[in-house]
Design a binder for this molecule. Structure first.
Ligand code: PPS
Length: 570
């Protein structure tokens, strides 16, 4: 690594056609078979087109794919650790033959690129999982993706970029490698150390990155991933606002921020090498590799997929030929008595070392508890709190289920009034009857239609919950699997409380408020729940209400108490 290496060196494979050629390709593309790119493929194509994946010139052919999987190299011998493949469905593959071209489009149908069909092949996915990710355990998100999401056939061939993808957010923070190199050149930056991240940055990260830059006398590029990261990560909109606050903490003119539209694979050591090659393409001379770089978490036995420092070791093996130097990440800890961060291996034995784990940080955020100033910056914490309000500010769904006439609607109405009296959040009641009149007026009471009805209710409730409101649902919802579907849809977005209104069939029939049971017994209403259609009793409801013992008012009060004890109401 030359000490004053120009940051703008190294050949970039920019795959975009010139304007005239792109126009011609646009005209011809109407006749090509057309493929709508998946979210991951959109990211891959974006980085292929702009040269971030140089020296790749397209999606991997079978020879390239197998060579990358087995040897971590392209057939030419050049180091490249990650297969970049275009997976498609069987049907689409059947419509193709080698020698032709296909059109690659975004979800709106905009033509982004065309591609030569050089190769159509069925990958050995078990081999891919084993060689690239070191496991076939689909707790690994990329293995799960391989097994459950990606198509059975891969298409390989050169890509011809027609139009860059439109990004509507943070436009000024998105750079192609050529633009970043140009920026560095303009600034006179000759040594640049890149920091890759998929998480919000706190004080320890600022200390660490700044120290890393000082250590190698380089400027700093914070380059967070805004494409696809690990499922469950904080969305990039929130993170970017946080990064902008952290940027103010570095001395002026030392550090810059640029977003990378990468679809991460969480492949640990191989991913570190891949990240470094991308950063070299961006004109960086150094790359920070930390503990458990791009780690996917634990496997199904609770053990980490990769060793803590495997990524650093693999990097070291290839550092020479990578032509970008590694700056190994030093864990920084806060020493209270010195009121400063120091590398974990440089503390004295009498030091009081403070730490907040990621899990503890998330817990404090979720519960609205104090986050100490030594841990993060107030502006960062404020952004995170806005995006992840404590439970008493989050949306939630109360999902009543029970037989017709069990009292669901009455209790749901009483609950709605109590919640409105409480104030603070908008309340929407999705009552069975009312939904059937509006949202599901064309549906019957077959199993298929009942499921569709509940899925629609679940979808509306999930949107309300996501946006901080309260949804009260009161359908019969007789099937366990469909109720579980709704729970799974909503739980990641806010609270979910399933309440079984367990009035017995005999009591419902005795009350027969709408006269429906009589008609059902007479066979005048078919597929009537409890009479001629099943009701699967909930086994995991948060609350069971016996209306024979409880007035609607008291039942609604019990729900309020349950919501309070779960933290959703104060
Ligand atoms: S489901 O199974 O959840 O889709 O049912 P749901 O939409 O909640 O049903 C709403 C009301 O439809 C009336 N009704 C019937 N219920 C059950 N089975 C049959 N065949 C049927 N036909 C009409 C019934 O009054 C339901 O209202 P509630 O409020 O539950 O009494």
């Amino acid at each position: 690594m030359g000490a004053f290496k120009e940051p703008h060196g190294g050949e970039l494979k920019d795959l975009y056609l010139n304007e005239a050629a792109a126009e011609k390709e646009q005209e011809k593309a109407g006749d090509y078979p057309s493929w709508d790119l998946t979210a991951r493929q959109l990211c891959d194509l974006d980085l292929l087109n702009c040269g971030a994946f140089s020296p790749l010139e397209g999606f991997n052919t079978q020879v390239e794919f197998e060579s990358i999987c087995k040897d971590m190299r392209l057939p030419s011998g050049v180091l490249w650790p990650m297969p970049i493949t275009l997976d498609v469905s069987e049907e689409f593959a059947e419509s193709l033959s080698t020698g032709g071209r296909i059109a690659l489009r975004d979800p709106e149908g905009v033509l982004l690129a065309t591609m030569d069909v050089e190769d159509i092949y069925r990958p050995d996915k078990a081999m891919e999982a084993e060689t690239v990710f070191g496991t076939t355990d689909d707790t690994h998100p990329a293995v799960a993706y391989l097994n459950n999401t990606s198509g059975a056939v891969y298409i390989g061939g050169k890509v011809h970029g027609v139009e860059p993808q439109t990004h509507y957010d943070f436009k000024l923070l998105r750079d192609t490698p050529a633009e970043a190199r140009g920026r560095f050149r303009k600034l006179g930056w000759r040594k640049i150390v890149a920091f890759q991240t998929r998480n919000p940055l706190h004080r320890a990260h600022q200390e660490l990155t700044f120290r890393a830059a000082k250590e190698v006398q380089a400027n700093l590029l914070i380059q967070p991933v805004v494409g696809l990261t690990k499922p469950g990560d904080i969305n990039h909109f929130t993170r970017v606002r946080c990064y902008e606050h952290v940027l103010d903490q570095y001395p002026e003119q030392t550090t810059t921020l640029s977003l990378l539209n990468l679809a991460m694979r969480m492949a640990g050591p191989r991913e570190a090498i891949w990240h470094a090659i991308i950063r070299k393409n961006y004109g960086c001379t150094h790359f920070i590799v930390g503990r458990d770089h791009a780690g996917p978490g634990n496997d199904k036995n609770g053990n980490p997929f990769y060793g803590e420092y495997d990524a650093q070791e693999l990097f070291k093996e290839h550092e020479e030929e990578l032509d970008i130097a590694m700056v190994p990440f030093k864990m920084m800890v806060y020493v209270e008595n010195k009121a400063q961060y120091v590398p974990a291996d440089e503390t004295d034995k009498d030091d009081t070392v403070l730490s907040v784990s990621g899990t503890e940080f998330r817990r404090r955020l979720m519960e609205g508890l104090d986050i100490p100033e030594w841990f993060s910056y107030p502006k960062v914490v404020a952004e995170l709190r806005k995006a992840h309000p404590p439970k008493d500010k989050q949306g939630f769904t109360v999902f009543f289920t029970g037989l017709s006439g069990s009292g669901k609607s009455t209790i749901a109405n009483a609950l709605m009034v109590k919640l409105l009296e409480n104030g603070g959040r908008p309340v929407t009641l999705l009552d069975g009857d009312v939904v059937r009149k509006n949202l599901s007026s064309e549906l019957s009471f077959t199993k298929e239609h009942r499921d569709l009805n509940i899925q629609r209710i679940g979808y509306v409730a999930s949107e309300i919950t996501k946006n901080g409101g309260i949804a009260i649902c009161a359908p019969i919802a007789p099937y366990t699997a469909t109720r579980r579907f709704v729970r799974n849809l909503i739980e990641p977005l806010g609270g979910f409380l399933e309440i079984h209104v367990a009035t017995s069939l005999e009591e419902c029939e005795r009350r027969d408020r709408k006269g429906l049971y009589k008609l059902a017994r007479e066979g005048k209403i078919k597929e009537f729940t409890g009479i001629s259609d099943p009701y699967e009793t909930p086994e995991h409801a948060e609350l069971v209400i016996q209306t024979e013992e409880l007035s609607p008012d008291l039942a609604a009060h019990r729900v309020v108490l349950a919501l309070e004890s779960m933290g959703y109401l104060t």
